[in-house]
Design a protein around this ligand. Sequence first.
Ligand code: HEM
Length: 418
Amino acid sequence: MTHTPAEAQAETEVTRRGFLASAGVVSSYVAAGVAGFAGGAVTASAVSASSLCTQSQLRAQEQAATIPFFGDYQAGIMTPLQAYGTYMAFNLKSSTGIDQARSMMQLLTDDAARLAVGKPTLPDGDPYLATEPARLTSTFGFGPGFFSKLGLAGKMPVGFGELPAFSIDKLQPEYSGGDLVIHVGADNPLTVAHAARQLTRTANTFATPLWSQTGFNRPQYGEPTDQTGRNLFGQVDGTVNPRSAQEFDAQVWASSGPRWFHDGTCLVIRRIQMDFAGWDKLDDTKKEASMGRRLSNGAPLTGTSEFDKPDLEAKNAHGLSVIPAFAHVRRANTGKDTEKFLRRPLNYEDGLLPSGEPNAGLIFAAYMADIQKQFVPVQQRLADLDLLNTWITPIGSAVFALPPGARRGGYIGEGLLG
Ligand code: HEM
C-alpha cells in the first residue's frame, strides 16, 4: 500500500502521539488547549501546529535528560548508546604520584557529577554550555601505566594488561595506549565538546594528553525503533550484546580479583579503519556473506528478523554452510559463554584520505570483566580468519581498567587510591 505525503504525515503524528502519551507529554499539551489532541478530528493545520509544538517539547525533554552519575557502576557503560562520544587518553606526568592521582580523580569526579545534572564545573568559563546534559555520561579508566607508575602493579585486575600483537594490526602510536581514559557521551555534540574540555582541563594538571577519538551513532530521538543502529559499512551493528542485568553481571561487571575492582570492568578500544573503495566494489550478496547477516535488517542469513539466532549448522542446496566459514559472526561467536562481552562502538569520520576516500571507520569499544579470558580469544579468532579483514585494519589499540561507580561524597577510583 502506498501513502500520500499527507497520509504519511498523519501516520507519523499518530505514532508520535502514542509515544508522547506514554512519556506523559500529552496531558500538558491538552492543558495548553492545543487543538487536535482534545478532540477526535485532526485538521491539517492542527496537525502541523501540533507537530511543531510536539517536536520542540520532545526535543527539550531530550536535551534535559540526565543519567545518574553516582551509583554502583560507572555511567556510560550500561547506558544505551548516545548519539555522540569522545574517548580521550592521557599519560601521567612524572610529577604525579599517588596523592596527585587521588586529587585528580576527586576533581574529575566533582566535574563529572556537576556536568551530569546540567551544572557547570567550578572553573567553567562557559557555563551556558552545561545546561543541556542530553544524557551526558563521563566514564574513567586506568591503563597499565597508571598501575606501574604509581606502584600499584600488584592491584591490577585479573586478566588485565596489554593485548598481544595480532597479525592484522597496523597500530599507530597516536591512537594507542594511555594511563588514563576519559569517555564522554551525550546526545548533543556541543555537550560532548564542552564536557570534554572541562574534564581535559582538570586532567591536564596531572597528565599530558596522548590521543582523542571522537565519533557518532544515529540519534536516539525521533521515532522509536526496535532496530539496532548501523556502522559506516551500512551493517546493523550491536545486535548480539548483553541487555539484562544478569547478562551484565555475567559478562561485564567484575566480581572477583582485587576488592577495589568489584563492579568495575575493563575496556578495550580498537580504532579500525575501513576501506570504502574496496567495500564499494562488492554486491550485497558478497557483503552479506562476509558478515553472515542481511544488510536490510541485520537478520542472520539463516533467519528473517534481527534477533533470530543464527543457525551455524544450516547448509544450502549445494551442501555449503549458509553462514560461510569466513563470516564475521561465525568467527566472532566462539560458542562459549565465557567469551562474550559488551560492544559499544562509535563510528568515526575524520575528513578525506589523499586518495579521496573517507578517513573513517569504527572506534570499537568493548567492555568485559576479564580481557585475557573473554576478549583475547575472540580477537585472535578474528585475526586468524575473518573475511571482513579484507576491508578493515586496526590502527589503534588501548586497554583500561574502569573502577566501579562512586557514592555521593566519594570519588571514582577511591577503592584503589584511598
Ligand atoms: C570495523 C570492524 C568491525 C565491524 C564493522 C563489525 C561489525 C559487526 C556486525 C555488523 C556484527 C553483527 C551484528 C551484531 O551482533 O552486532 C558483529 C558481530 C560481532 N562482532 Fe564485530 N565488527 C567489527 C569488529 C569486531 C571486533 C574487533 C571484535 C572483537 C574482537 C568483534 C566482535 C564481534 C562479536 C563478538 C559479534 C557478535 C557475534 C555473535 O555472537 O553473533 N567485532 N560485528
